[in-house]
Design a protein around this ligand. Structure first.
Ligand code: HEC
Length: 249
């Protein structure tokens, strides 16, 4: 090693001796990886890790204690064993990063799937978890509920796109009401909440309108089953995106 001195003359760098010791340590590229025993017994790590080391010259010390990285159930999904998805959790660092990158690369995936002690691949690189099916099945209730909602509630509330133009703008839409944490309670008991009590009759639940206090508007007459259907329908619609939380009362 040389450096240019203040006099412009190239001089041997005396510090070089001390510095040379550093690369020797740095060349020992390695990190500790925690591998749970159920994975160790498969023999998979003996297949996988040396192939990574061969490519990258990064050695992996397998440990059962805590390491710089860990195969387990948290972190980045890296391979699948039957129904189990194995994840890689790691501290930041170029070696652990390189390992993650390699596992997710085409070469890494092929290496994962090449492990077939009994002729059949034991692991798969396909880690896409099946999308959680949040969709609420369109049961008869939901379909009926939409119909009843449009019929009874749609003259005031926007129930969905189909009655947007026929509803009363100042009345909260069903999508908006769906944002309340307790939307279900409100719908199940809507008939006692303002303003509905004055014009709503629930079969077998509410008292008939007093003769001297008839419903001021065309009354709503519903059964408890129909309210269940309405509630099922409301449960199936997406809360209107408000951009900000709405105030409860
Ligand atoms: C005549 C108009 C009208 C009809 C018909 C109507 N609503 Fe309403 N509803 C309103 C108004 C107005 C509000 C807002 C009340 C308020 O903000 O205090 C409301 C509010 C609600 C709320 C929220 C109540 C609360 O206090 O949180 C629910 C739930 C609701 N309506 C359900 C229904 C259902 C279900 C139907 C049909 C079966 C229906 N409404 C029919 C006018 C109506």
């Amino acid at each position: 090693m040389h450096m240019i001195g203040a006099d412009g003359v190239l001089k041997p760098l005396t510090l070089g001796v001390a510095l040379l010791a550093v690369p020797a340590v740095a060349q020992d590229k390695a990190f500790d990886l925690t591998v749970p025993s159920e994975l160790v017994v498969t023999g998979f790590s003996k297949h996988l890790l040396p192939r990574f080391s061969l490519k990258t010259s990064i050695r992996i010390n397998v440990t059962s204690g805590s390491g710089d990285a860990e195969l387990g159930d948290t972190g980045t999904p890296v391979f699948r064993q039957g129904d189990t998805i194995w994840h890689l959790a790691k501290t930041d660092g170029s070696y652990t990063d390189a390992f993650e990158e390699w596992l997710l690369s085409d070469v890494g995936k092929r290496t994962i799937e090449a492990f077939a002690p009994d002729g059949e691949p034991m692991f798969s690189a396909d880690v896409k978890t099946k999308p959680k099916v949040q969709k609420i099945a369109a049961t008869g209730d939901v379909v009926l509920g939409e119909k009843i909602s449009l019929h009874h509630c749609g003259r005031c509330h926007v129930v969905n796109e189909t009655n947007r133009m026929n509803a009363i703008g100042s009345t909260p839409s069903f999508g908006l009401l769906r944002n309340f944490d307790d939307w279900r309670d409100r719908f199940e008991g809507f008939f006692v909440l303002k303003p509905h009590a004055a014009f709503t009759q629930v079969e077998g639940v509410t008292e008939p309108f007093a003769e001297n206090l008839p419903s001021p508007i065309a009354p709503i007459e519903v059964t408890l089953d129909e309210i269940d259907a309405i509630t099922a329908y409301v449960g199936s619609i997406a809360p209107a995106d408000l951009g900000a939380p709405i105030q409860t009362q």
